[in-house]
Design a protein around this ligand. Structure first.
Ligand code: SF4
Length: 373
């Protein structure tokens, strides 16, 4: 028997509607029999959906579910603990992206800490908003040992891989929480835990990875999917397209991020990712380990790996490691199993000013983004 044919996303005609009103009217005209749950996987798309109040504008049968689109929200406690310990116990500067700074650590005894707390108590913790900034900061102080603590998906990891291949400054190493989301989504669809009907795929990430694996998932689990961009009209057009598929009983991956997304992805970026990282089982905070979801630096690049350069303090957290603060529903929120509003702490004990859980502490987290929903 031959291999099943998965058509290219470019094989189908697409209609990018020119404005929001036209898209909403087209969506309202669809014969939607019941609630359709569409999972999105990207913090940037969730930000546009939330800021534009798209959920309120859509018909009530269309449910936009925020999925695992924020790497910071699912960064394991053990990695946060490791970064805090390095900043406090080693003569190093910890460089960190904004969205990791306030991530709370629950130690099982009620005490909660973050890198921001460590900074306030005197540790040298500084914000580096992109890999290139971390390199520039390390170059500016060559006598100071620096660790770049970073969490992200392929869009962040591909440029990081390129910089590792070119060679980082001697005084810079990386503490990495890099994640690949496809195996996690496959697990969710297989278990049918989230009751998801369709997928809204991130244009920027698909531009790196391509759409082949999504085409397979879409076909295997009979879920229509669409690659979307980063404007309200584009996302609404994408929602319309995937709903059309759903109504017609069709299953494929449509592409509304044309010109940037090809089925095979970006060959150079994929090659760099592959040369620098290997995929291993990865812990998702509150969920446990999922095979093939963590990017780990290959041994060839040990010299840039903070885990090889410094002591490992993660075991101090065991056996409590991996959980969420008591009462926090972030693990369910991050997977799209529950909306932020279902958490009793949402905007009560957990606010942007005083975040209790990671989905509120990160500005890409679902609870933070939906605080005005
Ligand atoms: Fe966790 Fe706060 Fe979100 Fe509740 S509102 S799930 S405590 S981050």
């Amino acid at each position: 028997m031959g291999q099943p044919h998965h058509p290219d996303p470019g094989d189908y005609p697409v209609t990018l509607m020119s404005n929001v009103r036209e898209s909403l009217a087209a969506i309202e005209a669809l014969p939607l029999p019941r609630t359709v749950r569409i999972l999105n996987l990207c913090g940037d798309q969730e930000r546009i959906i939330s800021v534009s109040e798209m959920r309120r504008a859509l018909p009530r049968q269309v449910e936009l579910v925020s999925g695992p689109g924020c790497a910071a929200s699912i960064c394991p406690e053990a990695d946060i603990h490791q970064a805090i310990c390095l900043s406090e116990r080693q003569p190093v500067t910890v460089l960190v992206a904004d969205n990791l700074l306030r991530l709370p650590l629950s130690r099982g005894n009620g005490a909660r800490r973050s890198l921001s707390d460590a900074q306030r108590l005197g540790a040298d913790v500084r914000v580096a908003s992109a890999p290139i900034h971390a390199v520039m900061m390390a170059r500016a102080e060559p006598d100071r040992e620096m660790v770049y603590f970073v969490a992200g998906f392929e869009t962040l990891l591909a440029p990081l891989a390129g910089m590792v291949l070119e060679g980082l400054p001697d005084n810079l190493s990386i503490l990495l929480c890099g994640r690949r989301v496809e195996p996690l989504v496959e697990q969710e669809l297989h278990d049918e835990t989230g009751d998801i009907d369709a997928l809204l795929l991130p244009g920027n990430r698909c531009a790196v990875t391509g759409t082949r694996q999504w085409e397979k998932l879409s076909a295997d689990f009979r879920r229509p999917a669409v690659v979307a961009g980063y404007t309200s009209p584009n996302i609404l057009s994408a929602i319309h397209m995937v709903l059309q598929q759903h109504c017609n009983g069709e299953v494929r991956v449509d592409n509304l991020y044309r010109g940037l997304v090809r089925p095979e992805g970006n060959a150079l970026a994929r090659d760099q990712l592959d040369r620098v990282f290997e995929l291993v089982a990865g812990d998702w905070r509150g969920l446990g380990a999922v095979q093939g979801t963590a990017f780990r630096m290959r041994r060839t690049y040990d010299v840039f790996n903070a885990d090889r350069r410094f002591p490992d303090y993660r075991s101090e957290l065991l056996p409590d490691a991996g959980g969420m603060p008591d009462g926090c529903e972030c693990a369910a929120v991050a997977l799209g199993r529950k909306p932020p509003l279902a958490c009793p702490l949402f905007l009560v004990r957990c606010t942007p000013q005083q975040p209790y859980g990671p989905c509120m502490a990160s500005d890409d987290g679902a609870c933070y983004l939906q605080r005005t929903a």
